[in-house]
Unconditional design. Structure first.
Lengths: 512, 338, 337
């Protein structure tokens, strides 16, 4: 990595003024200003959908802004393309990996910037430089390994290495620690400190207070595509940041839930999955309480509930539902057993976006006589039932004939919740229930869970948002590297304990 | 680190399996077929039969290399068979016309004919590439359309009658000639395979074709210009199909609109797919595709020698193709997601 | 409260704006159809003669049937390249079975049943093969049906030894070609009935609903507990069964089992479906789009025949039409988003 140190412009390294961006009628960015200085780490803070990722995509040339100006190193930049952005020293690390799975690490590092003469590649030169870069970063990556053979954490390292290849003046990191372990995170932080010393500017997107405290010089808060305020990290409090982000006091966010633990509804014994993402897991969930599962991205927590529902293959172990063994789970049979699953990725696994809301909400009940007899749909009954359900969930606007694709994230989640109200269910599996939805809708989702639990259902919540699972659950499991690292209840259920259990497990693995 | 420990164990067995799947099974089948046939029928290793196999395999391999490149980039080229026919009649017509205008100037006649033939391929390739890359119509539909249109143009030019009037040198001195005992088509195919191997492994273009087929979004974010390279794959595919058309014309001695056709198109896709080119894009090597073209040609030849009804032969081709893809899908699925 | 109203107005204005253009897009094909007819009529009056119109209707009824079959699988993001060869195979099989039964001295109704049994049996077998390879082995529909394309061609030419199979009884031709219901020729009435049944099936049954959902988002359909594999198999079986019916109707018309009957039908049927506005991306299309597309392709070739446009030029035109049809569809989708 060679870093430009020769010039130190008086003004900010990056200056955005009045940046706006619309996507088919939705205003993703509304006249946003942002300054990033050389040697500064600038945190972008905001909820999902606040415009953070649109903004970093504009800065890195993936999207063109509709209005506004961008200056970089004192010069105005127009018609930015990803290629030009890299050429002038802007390097993004995206959350969705920009790696080609079928190519090797080294081929990915140089993608778009290959060393060539006359269109012919200089493989040896690139190998040399890739090895040098990886050594300098201290990552244990093999440059000749194919990316699809790497773990998620290693892919993240490759992604970071890719961004640091060549002359870097502004590095953009979008939740870079999401899939890293404690030790890898530590190494990344050291690297960031070195880059700051070399006068590299950094834009850092994160939700994690701890990281913001450790790294940030300044924090810019975005909400609904608008620039709310830029604060000095040293003088601002956590409460202030969260309040600005959500536009309301934090303590309003989580409802008080009356847990009444009853019989064990879900009992998992020595469960191991075919892809190794979950190994020898024992856990149980009771009716009348919310059981939380926390852990880093890729720790196996979603795979665990997906396996119970029947969309991840199980190799060994036992699942009992309401005391009875449930073998070879499959979605259709799970629904018949009263188990429902609410996927984290509602676009990929939940909704048929170009179909009406009505069809999306009734997708799971087409086998019930109330909705179809002898394979023929009862359309009038369907319309009345779904209309009632969606009204109860306060779908806005309440027109169930619109396509699901026209809805906001929160309303999409409501359509998914609507499925829960159309048939008899006793076990609810929520996978990252608040991803991609605004605060108001979040609250409604939490209220919905509260009603389910208080009516005696068993609810399991998997979430990467630690405050969320901490606040909602009665008992909390912490998963790490495919295993249960801790089970915490009531008073032990604190952020410190959860983080400690990641760390403890890690030490054990290290010794082994 | 624990991730290394846990991921390391399955990875070893997977790579072993994928090596067997990728490289082992095709040559093994090929060897088994050759050994088996040699034992059953001595006619099989007769010189005439071997030359015949090599000539046909060469023609198929050239088309299949182009097809493979398009599929690696995530597309499809259904028009290759029609381009073979078009290039054949365009070459023959041009030669006949030039011969009438400049009698005796053999070099000019051949050069103009070959240039026109390759040029017709270039035009079809550019149309395909333009429609796919710029107009963003699916490659399947575009090449389905140009297949029909190209075949129509070829028939229109000739009214379906073979075109004669090519110089003797072109037919006897090139098309039917042998160099060191091998037909010229074999050398042409070897040259094409060598160049394409170089393109795939050592050039920017080859690298970008893999990247685009492997993950378009990543390629865009990394600043790879997508459209140019997609147009490039379709152009190469069509030009290689045109080259096959010219070789076929020189060998037969006339330009015919019935060359190539659906059969050549289907075989080129079969060769690519059996040769490990993934229909999901991003994966595939031309040299294995060439081996698979050889395998398919020998298989057809073996069935002939064994007096299997030639009408029944497509059945074998169909089943083998489906089995190859099913196997590929199976190994992909059993590969653990990390 | 004001928040709620705000969101209502901002969200509900989007579909309203696009309504006129949406209607315009839908009207493109019917208008083009009429323009095409009038254009050809300007060159040759006989295009609009009652005889020719009936002829067009009859020709359309075969292609519409195949386009509907193709549409059903395209709805699920698949397609069936083997449709044409399956038609050839069914034609040969039906004729052979009836010729054999006649030679064995069976009575006409048994002969007929033998023919239909063989025809539909071969069709269903082909559909089962396609569906199982695609749904259970996870093979790409393109390769799977390319495989069965080859198999069906092989079977058809082998069974018939490459020659037309004679011995199709008069009763069979009468029933599926010569006859008429309420004065409507058999081919047209059969297609009308099938079209109506299919239309109801797509709109009003769990199976039909599932096709659209699977085509729009197969992963979501599986997570929602729809029996995706079973439905996919059933879809390919339905497609091949419809193709078999079309093959039987065409065999009745030609009066013999033809090993080349299917010829370019796979592509024509895909062209018909796609020109009519069925999306290759899945989840969009229906009986209406299939019939419109088939009508368009038929009128185009009928008009070009009558105005003596070279058959080879017709191939070029058909190729261009397919590309333009899909291009328009893409533009329309973009406009809507």
């Amino acid at each position: 990595m060679d870093v430009a140190t020769d010039q130190t412009p008086a003004g900010p390294l990056l200056a955005l003024r009045g940046i706006s961006k619309r996507f088919t009628g939705i205003r993703a960015l509304d006249r946003v200003d942002l300054d990033v200085h050389a040697g500064e780490l600038h945190v972008l803070f905001g909820e999902n959908g606040a415009g953070k990722s649109t903004l970093i995509n504009v800065v890195s040339g993936t999207f063109a802004s509709d209005e506004g100006t961008m200056h970089f190193g004192g010069e105005e930049v127009r018609h930015l393309t990803p290629q030009r952005a890299r050429a002038i020293g802007i390097s993004p690390v995206f959350q969705e990996f920009s790696l080609v799975p079928s190519l090797t690490v080294e081929e990915n590092l140089f993608l778009g910037r290959e060393v060539t003469s006359g269109g012919v590649l200089h493989a040896r030169e690139m190998r040399k430089r890739a090895t040098a870069l990886i050594d300098e970063l201290g990552f244990d990556l093999d440059p000749s390994q194919r990316v699809d053979d790497l773990s998620r954490a290693h892919q993240q390292m490759a992604e970071i290495a890719k961004a640091l290849l060549g002359r870097v003046r502004l590095l953009i990191l979008d939740e870079p620690t999401a899939s890293l372990t404690e030790r890898e995170t530590g190494r990344l932080f050291e690297l960031i400190a070195r880059l700051k010393n070399q006068d590299v500017g950094l834009i850092y997107v994160s939700h994690r207070m701890r990281e913001i405290r450790a790294l940030a010089d300044r924090v810019t808060i975005l909400r609904d595509g608008r620039h709310i305020r830029t604060l000095d990290a040293a003088t601002s409090t956590d409460g202030e940041l969260v309040e600005l982000m959500t536009g309301r006091k934090i303590d309003l966010l989580y409802p008080t839930i009356m847990h009444k633990p009853d019989k064990v509804m879900v009992d998992v014994e020595n469960l191991t999955l075919a892809d190794g993402s979950v190994r020898d897991v024992n856990f149980h969930a009771r009716a009348g309480e919310i059981t939380g599962i926390a852990g880093l991205v890729g720790c196996g927590k979603s795979e665990l509930i997906r396996a119970i529902y029947g969309i991840e293959p199980i190799v060994s172990g036992m699942v009992r539902i309401d005391g009875l063994p449930y073998e070879f789970p499959a979605p259709r049979r799970s629904l018949k057993h009263g188990i429902a699953y609410f996927p984290a990725n509602r676009v990929a696994e939940g909704l048929a976006l170009s179909r009406p809301i009505r069809e999306n909400a009734s997708m799971t009940v087409l086998d019930l006589p109330a909705f179809a007899r002898f394979g023929v749909l009862r359309q009038a009954a369907e319309r009345i039932k779904i209309q009632g359900v969606m009204e109860a969930l306060q779908l806005r606007p309440p027109n169930i004939e619109r396509t699901a694709g026209a809805l906001s994230g929160g309303n999409r989640q409501k359509v998914m919740l609507g499925r829960a109200l159309t048939r008899e269910l006793t076990v609810f599996l929520f996978d990252e229930p608040s991803v991609g939805i605004d605060v108001g809708a979040k609250l409604e989702v939490y209220e919905f869970m509260k009603r389910l639990v208080e009516a005696g259902a068993a609810v399991i919540v998997v979430s990467s948002e630690l405050p969320e699972v901490l606040a909602l659950s009665k008992r909390l499991y912490v998963m790490h590297h495919g295993r249960i690292a801790a089970e915490l209840a009531d008073a032990e259920k604190t952020e410190q304990n959860v983080l400690a259990s990641f760390f403890r497990e890690h030490l054990v693995a290290e010794v082994a | 680190m624990s991730t290394i420990v846990t991921v390391g164990a399955p990875r070893g067995s997977i790579s072993l399996r994928s090596i067997v799947g990728r490289i082992g099974f095709l040559p093994a089948l090929l060897v088994a077929l050759v050994v088996g046939m040699s034992a059953v029928d001595p006619q099989f290793y007769g010189l005439i039969n071997i030359l015949n196999i090599l000539r046909n395999a060469s023609l198929l391999a050239i088309v299949a290399c182009g097809q493979a490149l398009v599929i690696v980039a995530g597309g499809f080229d259904l028009s290759v068979g029609a381009v073979v026919a078009l290039a054949s009649v365009v070459t023959a017509k041009t030669m006949a016309a030039t011969a009438a205008a400049f009698p005796g100037n053999t070099a000019l006649i051949i050069a103009s004919g070959v240039a026109a033939g390759l040029g017709s391929g270039l035009v079809v390739g550019l149309i395909n590439g333009f429609c796919v890359a710029k107009l963003k119509v699916s490659g399947f539909v575009v090449t389905l359309g140009t297949m029909s249109a190209t075949a129509g143009v070829g028939l229109m030019i000739t009214s379906g009658i073979p075109v004669y009037g090519m110089p003797d040198v072109f037919v006897k001195g090139f098309g039917r000639a042998q160099l060191f005992g091998l037909p010229t088509a074999v050398y042409a195919a070897l040259a094409v395979i060598a160049v394409m191997m170089f393109v795939q492994r050592r050039t920017l273009f080859g690298r970008y074709v893999y990247a685009i087929g492997g993950n378009v979004d990543a390629a865009v974010v990394s600043g790879v210009s997508i459209q140019r390279h997609i147009v490039g794959t379709y152009v190469i595919s069509s030009v290689l199909a045109a080259l096959t058309g010219i070789l076929l014309t020189a060998q037969v001695g006339s330009g015919q609109a019935s060359f190539g056709g659906d059969r050549m198109m289907l075989q080129s896709i079969a060769a690519a797919v059996i040769g490990g080119v993934s229909l999901r894009g991003g994966v595939g090597r031309v040299e294995i595709v060439a081996v698979s073209a050889l395998f398919l040609t020998i298989l057809g030849n073996a069935l002939n020698l064994l007096h299997v009804d030639s009408r029944l032969q497509p059945v074998f081709l169909g089943i083998i193709m489906v089995a190859a893809v099913a196997l590929d899908e199976f190994s992909r699925r059993s590969k653990a997601r990390v | 409260m004001s928040d709620l109203e705000l969101s209502m107005t901002s969200e509900s204005t989007i579909p309203k704006k696009s309504f006129p253009t949406e209607w315009l897009w839908r009207a493109v094909l019917p208008i083009a159809l009429i323009a095409l007819l009038l254009g050809f009529a300007a060159v040759d009056r006989s295009v609009l003669s009652p005889g020719n119109l009936l002829n067009i209707a009859q020709q359309t009824s075969y292609l519409a049937l195949f386009a509907m079959a193709q549409t059903v699988v395209i709805l699920t993001r698949g397609f069936d390249l083997a449709l044409g060869p399956a038609v050839s195979m069914v034609s040969v099989g039906t004729a052979l079975a009836m010729a054999g039964a006649t030679a064995a001295g069976h009575d006409p109704s048994t002969v007929l049943l033998a023919g239909l049994g063989a025809g539909f049996g071969l069709g269903i077998a082909c559909g089962l093969f396609n569906g199982m390879v695609i749904a259970l082995l996870g093979v790409n529909p393109f390769v799977a049906t390319l495989g069965s394309y080859n198999v069906a061609i092989g079977v058809a030419t082998t069974l018939s030894a490459g020659r037309p199979v004679q011995g199709v009884p008069e009763l069979f031709s009468q029933l599926f070609y010569g006859g008429s219901i309420f004065g409507i020729p058999a081919a047209i009435s059969i297609t009308l009935v099938i079209g109506l049944v299919l239309h109801l099936m797509l709109g009003r049954t769990v199976f039909g609903r599932s096709l659209y959902i699977i085509g729009t988002n197969p992963r979501a359909a599986a997570v929602a507990g729809l029996p995706v594999k079973r439905i996919l198999i059933a879809t390919y079986v339905l497609c091949s069964t419809l193709a078999a019916l079309g093959a039987i109707m065409m065999t009745a018309r030609t009066g013999s089992g033809e090993p080349n009957l299917g010829g370019s039908l796979s592509l024509q049927a895909i062209a018909g479906a796609v020109v009519g506005g069925t999306s290759l991306a899945g989840g969009r299309g229906g009986v209406g789009t299939a019939v419109l597309g088939a009508l368009f392709v038929t009128i185009l070739s009928n008009g070009m025949n009558l105005t003596r446009i070279d058959g080879y030029i017709q191939m070029v035109v058909l190729g261009a039409i397919v590309i333009i049809g899909v291009l328009l569809d893409r533009l329309r989708l973009e406009r809507r988003q």
